[in-house]
Design a protein around this ligand. Structure first.
Ligand code: TMP
Length: 265
């Protein structure tokens, strides 16, 4: 994974805390805060497939900001504080729970494959799945038994995570439907925050077309990272369409490099 080391040397003295496949975390301006930087890197199949897609990071920063700000506003706690610039947002530092929480409304991807379902089949109800976040193991699916036995989260925390996942799913389904988009499935991550003696679980990481399956309601066109996973092309155009429909991007806003740009903090 050479690309994790090469292109993102910070230009100032900010301390880099962590670099992942699509984002970098830097030390924040105050204790308990971090800066989350969105890169243009796209990876799939645990980074066996990798490409730099000009403009993706800017779009995901904006789309994720919009979703997390709305979640905060309806009382679903998240790590998000505010966007700082085109590629960065200020977040609260959390202790990441090492689980990928996937919520599915429609059969697609690995579920369709595993159970032999036709992609696009409406599921009898929303289904929550857990995957253990571990690149070396390719993020294997795990059950609540594994999660509690290995101490990744306790039963109360699993209940809290599932309640959050359902609220996020309900909110996102409605948000996207209003924009003519079907929320097929999505992945979210959670983390622990301590406030004195109190611990709270909040939604963390990002929610963007990188981590959701989004299909146009009418045409079933894919407006998400499957365009990259399945070599369909047009990824930035699709993400731009999602942003446009959510009313996030003005028509004239340029997300790709080249030429001076207006930065609106
Ligand atoms: P899957 O069908 O491949 O299991 O993916 C389910 C959802 O989770 C889909 O919206 C894509 C998202 N996802 C991620 O965000 N990161 C991942 O590493 C994987 C495998 C899926």
């Amino acid at each position: 994974m050479d690309f994790l080391k090469t292109r993102y040397t910070p230009m100032n003295r900010r301390r880099r805390i962590y670099e992942g496949k699509a984002k970098v975390l830097y030390e924040g301006p105050e204790p308990g805060t971090l800066i989350q930087h969105f890169k243009d890197d796209a990876t799939a199949f645990n980074a066996k497939k990798h490409e730099v897609i000009d403009g993706k990071g800017v779009l995901n920063n904006r789309i994720s900001e919009y979703i997390f700000q709305n979640l905060n506003d309806i009382g679903v706690p998240t790590h998000f504080i505010r966007r700082l610039n085109m590629r960065e947002q200020l977040i609260r530092e959390v202790e990441i729970i090492p689980l990928e929480v996937v919520v599915r409304n429609v059969a697609a991807g690995s579920l369709a494959k595993r159970l032999g379902l036709e992609e696009g089949t409406q599921l009898p109800r929303s289904i929550i799945e857990f995957y253990y976040k571990n690149d070396a193991l390719d993020d294997p699916m795990v059950s609540e038994e594994h999660i509690t036995a290995f101490g990744w989260a306790n039963p109360q925390e699993i209940d809290d995570i599932m309640a959050l996942a359902i609220r996020v799913n309900d909110f996102l389904s409605g948000l996207f439907l209003g924009a003519g988009i079907r929320l097929v499935d999505f992945k979210m991550e959670t983390g622990r925050i301590w406030e004195g003696d109190m611990m709270r679980i909040v939604v963390a990481d990002e929610i963007s077309p990188d981590s959701c399956r989004l299909w146009d309601v009418k045409s079933a066109d894919k407006l998400d990272k499957d365009r990259f996973r399945r070599d369909m092309g047009g990824l930035v155009e699709a993400y731009q369409e999602v942003a446009r429909r959510l009313g996030i991007l003005g028509e004239a806003e340029n997300v790709t490099a080249g030429g001076p740009r207006l930065v609106q903090p």
